[in-house]
Design a protein around this ligand. Sequence first.
Ligand SMILES: Nc1ncnc2c1ncn2[C@@H]1O[C@H](COP(=O)(O)OP(=O)(O)OP(=O)(O)O)[C@@H](O)[C@H]1O
Ligand SMILES: [Mg+2]
Length: 264
Amino acid sequence: MPTGSDNPLVRSAGPAIVEVSDLVFRYRGQTRDALALNHLRVGAGERLFVHGPSGGGKSTLMSLLAGVLIAQQARVLLLGTDWRSLGSSARDRRRGDHVGYLFQQFNLLTWLPVLDNVCLPCRFSARRAARAASRSGSVERDAHSWLAAFDLAPDLWEQPAGALSVGEQQRVAAARALIGAPELLLADEPTSALDTDRRDEFMARLLAACQEAGSALVFVSHDRSLEPRFDCSLALGTHTDPGRARSSFVSRSAEAHSPAGTSS
Ligand SMILES: Nc1ncnc2c1ncn2[C@@H]1O[C@H](COP(=O)(O)OP(=O)(O)OP(=O)(O)O)[C@@H](O)[C@H]1O
Ligand SMILES: [Mg+2]
């Protein structure tokens, strides 16, 4: 199966942020695998689109990349470190330092003002706080700049997050995920509650913000019309034959240079 690592065009994309090999994951007590994936590599600043049917393992993959779930038999590396080699508090610290997470349900603290929600990752990670302060002069000023990047009106910044509309909360969640410029941003169906116009605007802002932060993006969506905006894509759970790998990888640069660059 051609993968990111087999393709020299993808390999040249910069240092690996995420690398996965021979991943099979089954939840405890289940009779079938939630996810099987031969190989995946996401380079610095690269944008990967992940799609597939409901139950195909997309959210499971996100949890494995973030070190929330651990596959004991597989190598899942973040910035060259295997999640299996860390204890649970070291995992929490590493995740806080290097991973921004944008959930479908946002997971904002609804009673907390917007600005405090955005600054939260910097309270848990000195590294992200230092990066935010060096970018904008202070963590708070960096939070302002990310909220402005997502076009959230300043009169909402002191409001409790729960008082905002769904679309506004999603922009707060995006600012929170990007503050302190984590090397990896994981976004799990963040556009599913938006109409087409809002979705397009949000996508444009999110991709620009990732570029500004230098963050690699792994983005899950059912909406295949978004796929051309990404460098490469991964289909999960698309094969029903249990004897076959349940994933396929397509790189945009591979497609452009070799029509045979698609696999299954
Ligand atoms: N905590 C859990 N315990 C046991 N099985 C689980 C758990 N979470 C997910 N699964 C199972 O793992 C498989 C993959 O689930 P996952 O949530 O990763 O799919 P998904 O592709 O994100 O689906 P969706 O598009 O509906 O969000 C499913 O069969 C699901 O039932
Ligand atoms: Mg899911």
